[in-house]
Design a binder for this molecule. Structure first.
Ligand code: ADP
Ligand code: TRP
Length: 321
């Protein structure tokens, strides 16, 4: 059972990324055969500053390792170190109907926000399908927003298999209901595009201020809050604190007598201690850049040895060899 997932290096990682994609991926390591990569080709449509791409790529590599990705258990590489994925994008893209890509939510969202579309943005689900199919992937842990891309990947794999004979493994999305959509500080889905994120790593003062500035309603502390489960701090505490602690805060908020300031303070403390160990590991990794380079280099070699076999199979099936 092979698990694979990727994260685009287009900004700083937040706790939505952590609970939706990173933690399930890290937990899957216990079963072995895990493939994780930094999707730097995917960042080409949003980042055009080379220095920024390099620094985000390195930053995200460090974040993953600090969060618990173990290079002894998992293959971990930078997407562009395995360029076979571009060839596969062409092979499968040539069988992908325009209509399928036109229906992609991510494409529609981006164009509706005024981002002027280019080939890369339109073809993004094909590159993502190639990422997955190139490694004979069975399971892809992602957040809810990626479900449609996984369905497209399955459609593309099935079409290739029907056209050229059994070539690709048809993968499944792994979307855990409890973490499918982690809310942001404003209650919408947490996303770097909405500016409502709580970062996994960052400056304590800045992050404390972010938490303390979460907007609440104007009810007094004494008032009972029958809708306590909808409170954003309670929802985040359910991810960051032990279940009984989150339940206790929810009960106190519901009953009345718990002020929002105290609730936010508690949220910050739980958040800060949740990532304490990862923060310590991150500081060590930052001080050891050669180790990070070595991990990515070795990972790329291992990933490439699998990719070569699959691309050969796809080429042969299509009559390119
Ligand atoms: P963003 O929306 O901040 O740009 P990405 O699209 O880079 O995040 O997401 C990287 C991974 O993290 C994907 O698997 C995505 O589904 C997951 N993810 C992102 N935001 C959330 C969230 N709020 N809740 C759960 N998972 C999320
Ligand atoms: N598109 C994903 C995102 O925006 C990142 C990604 C690229 C990915 N290739 C992938 C995720 C392959 C899973 C599998 O979050």
């Amino acid at each position: 059972m092979r698990t694979l997932t990727g994260i685009t290096p287009s900004g700083t990682l937040h706790i939505g990324n952590y609970f939706g994609a990173m933690r399930p991926a890290i937990e899957a390591q216990a079963g072995g055969d895990c493939y994780y990569f930094i999707a730097d080709y995917h960042s080409m449509t949003s980042v055009t500053d080379p220095a920024e791409r390099r620094s985000h790529t390195r930053g995200i590599a460090i974040d993953w390792l600090a969060a618990g990705l173990d290079p002894k258990k998992s293959v971990f590489w930078r997407q562009s170190d395995v360029p076979e994925v571009c060839e596969l994008t062409w092979l499968i893209g040539s069988l992908t109907p325009m209509g399928l890509l036109e229906r992609a939510h991510s494409y529609k969202d981006k164009t509706s926000k005024g981002i002027s579309p280019n080939f890369g943005l339109f073809a993004y689900p094909v590159l993502m399908a190639a990422d997955i199919l190139l490694f004979d992937t069975n399971a892809v842990p992602v957040g809810q927003d990626q479900r449609q891309h996984l369905e497209m990947t399955r459609d593309i794999a099935i079409k290739y298999n029907q056209t050229y004979g059994e070539t690709f493994v048809v993968p499944e999305a792994v979307i855990r209901a409890d973490v499918a959509v982690v809310p942001g500080l404003d209650g919408q889905k947490m996303s770097k595009s909405y500016g409502n994120t709580l970062e996994i790593f960052g400056d304590e003062k800045v992050l404390r201020k972010k938490v303390m500035s979460i907007v609440m309603d104007s009810r007094t502390p004494a008032e009972p809050k029958p809708d306590a489960e909808k409170n954003i701090c309670i929802q985040l505490l359910k991810h960051l604190a032990p279940a009984e602690v989150a339940a206790d805060f929810e009960a106190r908020l519901r009953a009345g007598g718990l002020g929002y300031g105290d609730l936010k303070k508690a949220l910050f403390e739980h958040y800060w201690s949740f990532f304490a160990e990862a923060r310590r590991r991150r500081a060590e990794l930052v001080a050891n850049p050669d180790y990070v380079d070595q991990v990515l280099l070795e990972g790329a070699e291992r990933a490439r040895s699998v990719a070569r076999v699959v691309i050969k199979r796809a080429r042969k099936a299509a009559g390119l060899e």
